[in-house]
Design a protein around this ligand. Structure first.
Ligand SMILES: Nc1ncnc2c1ncn2[C@@H]1O[C@H](COP(=O)(O)OP(=O)(O)OP(=O)(O)O)[C@@H](O)[C@H]1O
Ligand SMILES: [Mg+2]
Length: 206
């Protein structure tokens, strides 16, 4: 069987890493090979133009930043994700296309423009969105990190805009939207329940 592509999306502090860790353990217990990865990749994150925006809020062209993010995604999919899936390895991506669409929409770009840049992107077998209200996220981030470091985390309306973009404009119709304030274990169970259904369908179809 080809591997499954699972995208775990949500705002900063919504619990993605926590759930990805549990998911990886689950795959390991089932003796199914997995690859953990993230989008954007470090090539994009470490680009000085990107850092300038994420750290200081300065950006020469938001369109160009969206293009860099799209190019990073195509490269990542072609060189890492697709070969892994073909080799029977399931891929869990910490953020994916939908995160990029939601954040660039909240940064003021037309979402259709950003979708166009990402036309043809591989659609995941399972997209999880961990939904948490911005006030709770900011509390969680400051408890975890001691302070909010990213420029956008200091802009109070940013999280609300990103969340609205996710829910109203960018998530695919089959996304699994989960209340991220449930307990870590309850959320994990919901994800595994859906994953089992998807795996069953795939086995029947092959
Ligand atoms: N279901 C939950 N209920 C309460 N707190 C949680 C839950 N899941 C995670 N947390 C806590 O919230 C904080 C953020 O979680 P985590 O680091 O998994 O989020 P994240 O989405 O990966 O964040 P980032 O986007 O910054 O990488 C952590 O301190 C974690 O322990
Ligand atoms: Mg994380």
């Amino acid at each position: 069987m080809k591997g499954l592509l699972i995208a775990v999306c949500g705002l900063d502090g919504s619990g993605k890493s926590t759930q990805i860790q549990k998911l990886e353990n689950w795959f390991r217990n089932q003796q199914l090979p997995t690859l953990l990865t993230k989008q954007p990749t470090d090539y994009y994150r470490q680009d000085l133009r990107v850092r300038e925006y994420l750290d200081n809020g300065q950006c020469g062209s938001m369109e160009a930043l969206a293009m860099l993010a799209a190019a990073d995604r195509i490269w990542h999919i072609k060189t890492l994700i697709e070969p892994s899936l073909k080799g029977g390895v399931s891929v869990i991506s910490d953020r994916y296309l939908f995160s990029s669409l939601a954040y660039f929409s909240a940064r003021g770009l037309d979402v259709q423009y950003v979708k166009q840049l990402n036309n043809g992107t591989l659609i995941p077998d399972l997209t999880v969105f961990l939904d948490v209200e911005p006030e709770i996220l900011l509390q969680r981030i400051s408890i975890r990190d001691g302070k909010t470091t990213k420029f956008e985390e200091r802009e109070p309306t940013m999280f609300t805009k990103v969340r609205e973009a996710f829910l109203n404009e960018v998530l695919p119709s089959n996304a699994l939207i989960i209340d991220g304030t449930l307990s870590e274990e309850e959320i994990h169970k919901i994800i595994i329940g859906e994953l089992n259904l998807i795996i069953k369908d795939k086995i029947i179809a092959t």
